[in-house]
Design a protein around this ligand. Structure first.
Ligand code: CTP
Length: 408
C-alpha cells in the first residue's frame, strides 16, 4: 500500500550493527511511496556502505558537512540546511547511544547531527529509533537522555527485546524494519482517538465437538485486525481479542487469543470494564455443541452418525452494550453485521436488537478472507456507504467516523 505516498523523509544512520536493518527500512519506505534522502555518519559507513543505501533510495547519500554536491539545487554548499527543508520528517535509525547524547546536547560536528540541530522545529519532526546493547540502554545516562529528548519534542521510538549482536539478551535492539514502517505510517495519521482504550474483537470462534474436531466459520479476522491497527495509528491504546487466526499482531497492539465464544465473552467482558470504545468485529458462532465429548468420537462400524445437539452462545455484544458503563456513555459500542442479502434491512434491525449506536454492515461471502471490503454504516440518522477499498483504508474511515461521533 502507498501509505507514505507524497512524503519525503530524510533517513539518518548513525553507527551501529542495526545499520543492516536500515537498508531494509529504506526499501520499505520507498515501496510505501516515500522519497528517501539518506544521510550517514562516518561510524554508520563502517557498518554498511553508502553504495547500498544509494541503490535502495535511488539518491546519492550524504555523509559530510563539507560535501560540495547540491541535493536541493540551492548551490550554497549547505547540505545541513538544504537536505531537511522539504522533509516531512527526519528519521534516525539506528540512533546510537552516542548519537542520542549528541542530540541532547545540541552537538553538531558531523552532517547528521548538524542537520538535526538546524531543522525547523515547527515543520520537520525528528523521530529516532534507538539501537544499542542492553547495558547501554539500561544505563541511567541513556535513560536520562531518552527522557530529555522526549521533553525536547523528539519522538523516541521504543526498543525491541531479544538476542543482541554482542551475544547478550535483553532490551535495546532496534525495532525491525516492518515495525519501524508501521510506526512511521502511524506517525502521519491524525491522533483522533488519543486517550481512548479501544477494545476490538476479531476472527471466528471455534466450538469443540470433541478434542480433535469442532465447528467454526470463514471469518479471516482481517477486518478486525485492520481496525485494531487503525485505532492504534489514531493514538489509542488498543486491545485485540482474537479468535483462532494466523494473522500477525499489528504493531503496538495488545493481543489476547481465545478459541470459543465462551472464552471470547470472558475476555471481552473483563477488558470492557476499562475500555472506552468496543468494536465487535468477530464472527462469533451462534451455537456450540451442547456436550462436547472429552474423548475423540470413534466410528463404531455400524454406519450410524453421531447426533449432535447445539445450544445457543451468549450474545457478547448485546451484553456489553447493555452494561452499566455503556448505558452511562462511558463505553461506545460498535457492532458488525455479516449478512448474505438485504443488508440495510438486516443491519437496521440488528442495530436495534443489539442496542448499539453504530452498526457496520457487510456482505459475509464478499468479505470473509478478502483483503478489501465495502461497508454500510447505520446509525440513528440513517445509513452511509463506504465504497469498496482495502480493509485498512475502510478501518481508518471507520475510526474517523467513531472519533467524530465521540467528539460530538
Ligand atoms: N455477536 C456477539 N455474540 C454473538 C453473536 C454475534 O457479540 N453470539 C456480535 C458480532 O461480533 C457482531 C454482531 O454481534 O458485532 C452481529 O453478528 P452477526 O453474526 O452478524 O449476527 P447475529 O447476532 O449472529 O445475528 P443473525 O444470526 O441474525 O445474523
Amino acid at each position: 500500500m502507498n501509505d507514505l505516498a507524497g512524503k519525503h523523509l530524510v533517513l539518518g544512520l548513525s553507527g551501529g550493527i542495526a545499520c543492516y536493518k536500515a537498508a531494509e527500512l529504506c526499501r520499505a519506505l520507498v515501496k510505501a511511496g516515500a522519497t528517501v534522502q539518506v544521510v550517514m555518519t562516518d561510524a554508520a559507513c563502517q557498518f554498511i556502505t553508502p553504495v547500498t543505501m544509494q541503490a535502495l533510495s535511488g539518491r546519492p547519500v550524504f555523509s559530510s558537512q563539507w560535501d560540495p554536491r547540491d541535493a536541493a539545487g540551492v548551490g550554497n554548499n549547505m547540505a545541513h540546511i538544504n537536505l531537511s527543508r522539504d522533509a516531512d520528517a527526519i528519521v534516525v535509525a539506528p540512533a546510537s547511544a552516542d548519537f542520542m547524547s549528541k542530540l541532547l546536547h545540541g552537538g553538531a560536528d558531523d552532517l547528521l547531527s548538524l542537520m538535526c540541530l538546524a531543522r525547523p522545529l515547527d515543520t520537520v519532526p525528528l523521530i529516532v529509533a534507538p539501537a544499542m546493547n542492553r547495558e547501554m540502554w539500561a544505563n541511567p545516562a541513556t535513560q536520562r537522555n531518552v527522557g530529555q529528548l522526549k521533553a525536547d519534542g523528539i519522538h523516541v521510538l521504543a526498543v525491541g527485546q531479544g538476542d543482541q549482536a554482542c551475544g547478550e539478551v535483553g532490551d535495546g535492539r532496534m525495532l525491525e524494519a516492518d515495525e519501524l514502517l508501521a510506526e512511521l505510517v502511524a506517525f502521519f495519521q491524525p491522533k483522533v482517538l488519543a486517550g481512548h482504550h479501544v477494545l476490538v474483537s476479531a476472527g471466528p470462534t471455534y466450538e469443540a465437538i470433541d478434542p480433535v474436531r469442532g465447528i467454526t466459520n470463514l471469518s479471516s479476522g482481517k477486518m478486525g485486525f485492520a481496525i485494531a491497527r487503525a485505532a492504534r495509528e489514531a493514538g489509542a491504546d488498543v486491545t485485540l481479542v482474537a479468535g483462532p487466526v494466523a494473522l500477525p499482531t499489528p504493531h503496538g497492539v495488545r493481543r489476547v487469543d481465545v478459541k470459543s465464544a465462551q472464552n471470547m465473552k470472558l475476555a471481552l467482558d473483563e477488558i470492557a470494564l476499562s475500555a472506552t470504545v468496543f468494536i465487535s468485529a468477530a464472527a462469533v458462532a451462534d451455537w456450540r455443541p451442547a456436550a462436547p465429548a472429552t474423548h475423540k468420537i470413534k466410528k463404531d462400524g455400524s454406519g450410524d452418525v453421531p447426533a449432535l445437539t447445539f445450544v445457543e452462545n451468549p450474545d457478547i455484544l448485546a451484553g456489553i452494550a447493555a452494561s452499566e458503563r455503556a448505558r452511562q456513555g462511558m463505553l461506545y459500542c460498535v457492532g458488525f453485521a455479516a449478512e448474505s442479502h438485504d443488508l440495510l434491512t438486516h443491519a437496521q434491525a440488528k442495530r436495534a436488537r443489539k442496542g448499539v449506536p453504530l452498526l457496520v454492515g457487510n456482505i459475509g461471502p464478499a468479505t470473509f478472507g478478502h483483503d478489501d471490503n465495502a461497508l454500510l454504516l447505520v446509525d440513528e440518522h440513517g445509513s452511509r456507504e463506504l465504497p469498496r477499498a482495502s480493509k485498512l483504508v475502510l478501518a481508518r474511515q471507520l475510526v474517523a467516523e467513531i472519533a467524530a461521533k465521540l467528539a460530538n
